[in-house]
Design a protein around this ligand. Sequence first.
Ligand SMILES: C[S@@+](CC[C@H](N)C(=O)[O-])C[C@H]1O[C@@H](n2cnc3c(N)ncnc32)[C@H](O)[C@@H]1O
Length: 400
Amino acid sequence: MEMDKASLLASISCLTSEAQAFKKNGSSDKATRYEVRTAALALADALEFPVEQALRIVFESTPPLIALRIAFEGGFLNHFGGGETQTADSLSAITGADRTLIARIFRILTASKTVDEIGVDSYAANDLTRAFLMPGIGDANTHGCDNVNPIFAKLPEYLSQMDWVNPDTYSMGPHVFTFGRPLWKRLESEPHKSALFNKIMSAFKQNRENWVDIFPFEERLQNSVPADQVLVINIAGGVGHRLRDFKLKFPWASGRAVLQDQKHVLPTTESNSKAFADLQECDIETMAHDIFKPQPVQGARYYFFSAIFHGRPNSACLELLRNTAPALKKDYSRILINDFVIPEKGANLFQASFDLWMMADSTGQERTLREWNELFDACGLKLVEVHTLGVDSVLEVELA
Ligand SMILES: C[S@@+](CC[C@H](N)C(=O)[O-])C[C@H]1O[C@@H](n2cnc3c(N)ncnc32)[C@H](O)[C@@H]1O
């Protein structure tokens, strides 16, 4: 029997409550919730005819993100603390922006559920607003709008000019095509962009499984490393937040922990006193190191890379592995790589979208198991095991 609108809405409302309970009871991991959510989206799609769906995607995908970026830039979202509500008039008085403009931007934010609409031109923050206001979360959208969207816009032209080859060089990659310089060079010369990027990297892990939970450290750390030798080096580890997670989870593990990155990124008392204090508290050493030079620390137990290979083309990954492999001690040292292993079939939209972000941002790419193995084989390395939790993996690699 065909359902009428009221009964369909009642069923959806009932399912919505069940989905909320499913999320809250904590027994469902992120990957499972993502899978169920994908099925729920199919329910929404079932209500549209294909042309409606196509045009909705075209017109509705970008404006919510641009409105959010505008709201950040205009400081419109900074005034909802402690359950306060605002109106277009009150925000206009506080920020000096035109109240009509504010109302137009908030129309998108409320329609996209980023902010609650509690009356005519009257708004309240909700959980999503608060999530976007957390350090690094809305900033990811700022980075996307300012640094990635301009590249996305030029990708078709770039790929056409490059005769449709898979991008594999930094120097002629999509970022350079759009901005004239690669991402890392731009960040080096623009400290505020670099600080924003590091903030995003620290916040971003809230959306991913943590490497310290993915790799079976409890079991592996039973064979202890002498206190004066290096247990783990986090290569290109940013401000050290992942190494800190390791030290906080395994404070009893013996051996040194070393954070490597570019000199200007490593925290100091002057550049980033909070991150510097965090490193000191966890007894993490810092060492400036260029990943395109040979690894100077020989015979460490673990050489750890997180979100590094996926942000680089194959040519650079080979260089990185060849710079690291000679430092490994046979049958002892391991390279640990925390990135996706994209399934050959059935990749979800999160992983597939990330692949395009990586292509645009730094000529990078997410890789399948076959593509990972091709890299290792070419460098005298072999994959020992892939450790996976949800959609996140740590690839364990040793000398062949
Ligand atoms: C995407 S971030 C990942 C940071 C960290 N591993 C994490 O998981 O949050 C890439 C890192 O590579 C570093 N990097 C880029 N080029 C580098 C180079 N030539 N030598 C050393 N580090 C580099 C950047 O400074 C940045 O911290």
